[in-house]
Design a protein around this ligand. Structure first.
Ligand code: GLN
Length: 267
């Protein structure tokens, strides 16, 4: 009788251990029940201070041209995007460190940047322009910037361009919205930055009291950036090609810019 009782104890102990093991395994390896299960996750960085390409809406959700485009091409390529907000200035070093898989943030493709990171095919035709206060009659072109204080965003192509101008005082800001505030306050005389973003912000009332002068200073193309020779580059480029061909790109462009997109080069 005593021997049998001991066996019951052993059995209960054994079963408990088995149940505990199953439960722990379940916690460590939860089964994904997301609708996209089977999709690979792509960690994508963006600086959501660049209307209308990326910003946070009143509910704290990301929105914009880049956000829609990235989500659409990820869907095509069987990827789920996990967004990470980062300051623009840190984007390239983060890609170099490979702590994210990609970045989309109105990033201009430049030869200098291509030395350390890779880019997708161009996905947006852009360019720099000068912005001034709406009542400014002084600054009409590049020449009239001489002797003036120019605001630029640190690490941007606008900052690189300003460095090439003679006799100007460059004031560097951490993010786009800051330099516009200082332009309105009169702390700087002009800003050199991406024309599309500036024109959009003026038009939608975000930037009252400013205007964009002269023609575009440069022609630039935005690309989706990845660490150098990323294995995801091909999927991203194929996804871009698909959304460009099937009308999705045009739909997203219309949604944000109310006009037909221009032709884009392949490379
Ligand atoms: N297109 C500019 C650059 O790449 C600025 C982009 C931005 O401010 N998000 O430098």
């Amino acid at each position: 009788m005593k021997a049998i009782k001991w066996k019951w104890h052993q059995l209960i102990l054994g079963l408990s251990c088995l149940l505990l093991t199953i439960a722990c395994n379940g916690l460590l390896h939860p089964v994904s029940i997301s609708p996209n299960s089977g999709f690979k996750t792509l960690k994508v960085a963006t600086d959501p201070t660049f209307v209308p390409f990326e910003s946070k809406n009143a509910n704290g959700n990301l929105e914009g041209f880049d956000i829609d485009l990235m989500n659409a091409l990820a869907q095509v390529g069987g990827l789920t995007v996990e967004w990470e907000s980062l300051p623009f200035d840190g984007m390239i070093s983060t890609l170099q460190a490979k702590t994210v898989n990609a970045a989309i943030s109105g990033i201009t493709i430049t030869a200098e940047r291509q030395k350390t990171i890779s880019f997708s095919r161009p996905y947006f035709k852009a360019g720099l322009a000068i912005a001034v206060r709406a009542n400014n009659q002084d600054i009409q072109d590049l020449k009239s910037l001489q002797g003036k204080k120019i605001g630029v965003q640190i690490g941007s192509t606008g900052a690189d361009f300003a460095k090439t101008l003679p006799n100007v005082k460059i004031i560097t800001f951490n993010s786009g919205p800051d330099f516009f505030q200082d332009l309105l306050n009169g702390n700087v005389d002009a800003v050199i930055s991406d024309a599309f973003a500036t024109l959009y912000a003026i038009k939608d009332g975000h930037l009252k009291g400013l205007k964009v002068v002269s023609n575009l200073l440069t022609e630039e193309f935005y690309g989706i950036a990845t660490p150098q020779d990323s294995p995801y580059l091909e999927t991203i480029n194929k996804g871009l090609a698909t959304v460009l061909a099937n009308g999705t790109y045009e739909q997203i462009y219309q949604k944000w810019f109310d006009t037909k997109p221009p032709q884009l080069p392949q490379k």
